[in-house]
Design a protein around this ligand. Structure first.
Ligand code: BGC
Length: 354
């Protein structure tokens, strides 16, 4: 019995040795083993735009998407159709989805303070994009153009080109903080010429009287028509139009009334406006390079996410505090320089103007 047992033991030992060998041979070769690196976290940026009605907002979106893709950033873009309730809903959705930074171009400056509060509660930093959110100290940064300067450039062009006589004044949407900045900038130059009798304003000159609800061109067109109807014998030498959309509407009103077109300002360098400038119907526009603004917004989001200090070049009062701001330079575009300014810089194509 003992003998049998020891033979069995020996057998087991030898088998286990072989088993060991076999196991060694069959072990997966090392190159088959993939050691997974933990994936690098992708920055997720939420973008809430107020509209795509004006061409410029389409350009902002396109430029942001292209640059974010280049930088390997995930962008979640929402567009509200000039509607605050819709924008609020969209921002809430973005916050629920989990974003790291929010780029917000508010439809309604003061109502959007509530959205900043919500983002802040989620620990999401906010960049107020192009338009300032007012009435909140929780806003992190403002990125825009120098909007008072936009107005001053329009005003300077106006007083240098509109002959003494009757003028009309228009402003943008009362819900958009930019609209009052543009108007204040323009009036800083035009008001002294009203005060000294150079110009006579038809149709009122208070911001509330001249504002254009929601920036809708048809609203400006109707107001221009009404003023022309009320003053059938008046020659109008100049019209302050806050942007290209409203300028287009006002020009239609003048054409419908069959009166001589005045000096008329604009803003945004929309293709339709450049066509009008080329053809002599509109006098000037402002170039705000939305490619630069969009890129600056993404770069700012990257810095915020990395915990770096964001370089700013100004402070803008939002009614509650001076918001650290980055303001880009607006430029005047006329018949004489649109080629160099817009076509040569690739902002619009020559073929767009056909
Ligand atoms: C923008 C303008 C634009 C207007 C209407 C403003 O806040 O700065 O570029 O024309 O909104 O959308």
């Amino acid at each position: 019995m003992k003998k049998i047992l020891s033979v069995l033991l020996l057998l087991a030992l030898v088998m286990s040795m072989f088993a060991g060998c076999a196991a060694k041979v069959e072990a997966p070769v090392e190159e088959d083993v993939v050691i997974e690196e933990p994936a690098a976290e992708t920055l997720v940026v939420g973008v809430s735009l107020p509209t795509q009605r004006e061409e410029r907002w389409v350009r902002d979106k396109v430029a942001m998407e292209a640059y974010a893709a280049e930088m390997g950033i995930e962008l979640k873009v929402q567009v509200a159709d000039a509607d605050q309730a819709q924008q609020a809903q969209q921002v809430e959705n973005l916050l629920t989805q989990g974003i790291d930074v929010l780029i917000l171009a508010p439809h309604d400056a003061s109502a959007s303070a509530e959205l900043i509060k919500k983002a802040n509660a989620e620990g999401v930093k906010v960049i107020s994009y192009d338009r300032l959110v007012t009435g909140t100290h929780l806003l992190d940064y403002y990125l825009s153009f120098d909007n008072e300067k936009v107005g001053a450039l329009q005003g300077n062009y106006f007083v240098e080109n509109a002959q003494p006589g009757n003028i009309m004044l228009f402003a943008g949407a009362p819900t958009d903080n930019n609209a009052s900045l543009f108007f204040a900038g323009a009036m800083s130059v035009i008001q002294p010429k009203i005060d000294d009798g150079t110009y006579t304003v038809l149709g009122g000159s208070d911001f509330t009287q001249v504002a254009t609800d929601n920036w809708v061109p048809a609203n400006a067109q109707n107001r221009a028509s009404n003023i022309l109807t009320a003053n059938p014998d008046a020659t109008i030498s100049g019209v302050l139009a806050p942007n290209d959309g409203t300028a287009g509407g006002i020009i239609e009103a003048f054409k419908a009334a069959k009166v001589v077109l005045p000096v008329i300002t604009g803003q945004d360098s929309e293709i339709a406006a450049i066509k009008r400038i080329k053809g002599g119907d509109q006098s000037m526009t402002i170039f705000k390079d939305t490619r630069e603004l969009a890129k600056a917004a993404i770069d700012m989001a990257i810095s915020i996410y990395a915990g770096e200090t964001v370089a700013t070049n100004g402070l803008v009062d939002n009614g509650v505090f001076e918001v650290p701001s980055v303001l880009l330079e607006p430029k005047v575009v006329t018949q004489g320089n649109f080629q160099e300014m817009l076509i040569n810089s690739g902002y619009i194509q020559e073929s767009d103007l056909n």
